[in-house]
Design a protein around this ligand. Structure first.
Ligand code: G6Q
Length: 549
């Protein structure tokens, strides 16, 4: 197959990047008062402003040509219709079926998956209703008040982020906790706050073999038994979410209390499946289904809107423009407000685990960059820390500003202040400040001319720093669903253009395998040699290790 970087569409973009290198967004806005109207979209209650980017109609035209040359629309259909596009694992990629509120049949190997999807949703609904109604009680007959999700990676980050984001929608009296790290301090700190008689553990693991999750699940069960002695009540305090019924049974959880999902649900795309059980327990099944509906609305948009008005495709192409043609290495996600503070970590996995690859579908090493480093954190905090590098650093870092107009927890004028800061940052990054403006400001402040000449260079901001702004009226379950799906599809489109399998994770598998290999050597030297560094570090650990209690 022709190498991507030698295709006419790719070359045309390379040429354009060179020809347009002098473009400044300030000039683009001055020349076109209609730029916001032309370069913004309203989709599934999200306003997406992509006008503050180093793009023109010509840039977009050439990016669309690239997307067409890479058959993005065709691949999109192949995903939605259950083809096995995760070809290294020979699996379909059907997180969209989990939230297919239209109920249109979706077939894998000729079989419609919707009846099974709906059956699990119905079981989740029944279970959540029993817990909330006080029909599912703990070992001493008390109501469940605390749900603890034990899982890691895709079995943790999604539910954790969504529960935090939807805290205002929590079922009265219900709290959610998350244990992921095998570092003992995490489970110790969480359990310290809990009453075993009113706690429900959800052990979430697609494989039910992940070392960290199984260790934490065993520790939680030991803690429960040590405090209650109620061996026969484990079934009332531990449920499982998994694709591996045998391992669930072996752990001691009745498979009647197991919520299943399927191999065509990737870990990092699984919050829409039974992996979302802690979300449903925390905010109620109706709200969980609203989350699914929001994602479904974005799916329908992604599947049917023309490329030129297709939000995930536009964001994917603009992101690719920076990564492949303007030299960006990272992309920052900046939610304004604390409810979405875990969104950057969630998207870090979604994006970096999906497109952190260098081998294309033909098994060859690619000759271009792929997924950028995703990072970020909540505004306004970052403004007082790392934003300096956005404004005056030497690197190009596109950013996403994300905010709800309204808050569920108003305090004075603080929400307006939050929004003003977001707008100010996006504008300042775009316009910058010229030398003339910097000098005029100092003059107006009464600074003398010698000082003005000395300080002006430091007070100049080049501007031209790109950002997307995503605004919505309220952070509802529907809006959150649409927002997550927007990013999922953006990642998909980029992966298709780069020629990757965005749905495998061999790097993660390698880590799991190696940790298992080294574990026995921590306690007892096996005489095996790894490499000089690993052996030296192991020696240090062994000589300083107090035996575990
Ligand atoms: C996600 C990854 C990875 C996975 C975890 C947990 O796409 O595969 O993050 O979710 O390693 O795996 P289990 O759910 O099997 O425990």
């Amino acid at each position: 197959m022709t190498r991507l970087e030698t295709t006419p569409a790719w070359r045309a973009l390379n040429d354009l990047a060179r020809d347009e290198s002098g473009l400044h967004m300030r000039a683009l806005f001055e020349a076109d008062p209609g730029r916001f109207v032309r370069y913004s979209l309203s989709v599934a209650d999200l306003l997406i402003d992509y006008s503050k980017h180093r793009i023109t109609d010509e840039t977009l035209a050439r990016l669309f040509a690239l997307a067409r040359a890479r058959e993005v629309e065709n691949w999109r259909e192949r995903m939605f219709t259950g083809e096995k596009i995760n070809f290294t694992e020979n699996r379909a990629v059907l997180h969209t079926a989990l939230r297919n509120r239209s109920n249109r049949p979706v077939r894998v190997d000729g079989e419609d998956v919707m009846p099974a999807v709906n059956a699990v949703l119905a079981r989740m609904r029944a279970f959540v209703a029993r817990v909330h109604a006080g029909e599912w009680l703990g070992c001493s007959g008390r109501r469940i008040t605390d749900v603890v999700n034990i899982g890691i990676g895709g079995s943790d980050l999604g539910p954790r982020m969504v529960c935090e984001a939807l805290a205002s929608w929590a079922h009265p009296g219900m709290r959610a906790h998350f244990i992921s790290n095998v570092a003992p301090s995490e489970i110790a700190a969480t359990l310290r706050e809990l009453d075993p008689e009113t706690t429900l553990f959800v052990v979430a693991s697609k494989t039910f073999t992940t070392q960290e999750t199984m260790a934490n699940a065993r520790a939680a069960r030991d803690w429960f038994l040590a405090h209650t002695g109620a061996q026969d009540a484990v079934q009332r305090h531990f449920v499982a979410v998994s694709t591996n019924a045998r391992a669930v049974r072996e752990f001691g959880i009745d498979t009647a209390n197991m919520f299943e999902f399927w191999d065509w649900v990737g870990g990092r795309y699984s919050l829409w499946s039974a992996i979302g059980l802690p979300i449903a327990l925390y905010v109620g099944m109706d709200n969980f289904e609203c989350l699914l509906s929001g994602a479904h609305a974005m799916d329908e948009h992604f599947r049917s809107a023309p490329m030129e008005r297709n939000a995930p495709i536009l964001l994917a192409l603009i992101g690719l423009w920076y990564v492949n043609f303007l030299g960006a290495e990272s992309h920052a996600v900046l939610p304004y407000g604390t409810r979405l503070r875990n969104l950057p970590s969630y998207l870090q996995q979604a994006d970096m685990e999906s497109n952190g690859k260098t081998v294309n579908r033909e098994g060859e090493r690619v000759g271009h960059h792929t997924g950028p480093v995703i990072w970020g954190g909540p505004g306004t905090n970052g403004q007082h820390a790392y934003y300096q590098l956005f404004h005056q650093g030497s690197r190009l870092i596109p950013v996403d500003f994300i905010a709800a107009v309204n808050t569920h927890t108003p305090v004075g004028q603080q929400q307006d202040m939050l929004l003003a800061n977001l707008l100010a940052q996006a504008r300042a990054l775009m316009t910058g400040r010229t030398r003339e403006e910097a000098e005029a400001e100092m003059r107006a402040a009464g600074v003398d001319e010698a000082q003005i000449a000395r300080l002006a260079p430091f007070r100049v901001f080049e501007g031209n720093h790109p950002s997307t702004s995503i605004l919505f009226a309220d952070l509802t379950p529907e809006v959150l669903g649409a927002l997550i799906a927007l990013y999922e599809h953006k990642i998909f489109v980029q992966g298709i253009i780069w020629g990757l399998d965005s749905f495998d994770q061999w790097g993660v598998e390698l880590g799991k395998q190696m940790a298992g290999e080294i574990l026995p050597d921590i306690a007892t030297p096996s005489g095996r040699a790894f490499d000089a560094s690993t052996d030296g570090l192991l020696d240090f650990i062994r000589s300083h290790r107090r035996s575990a209690s």
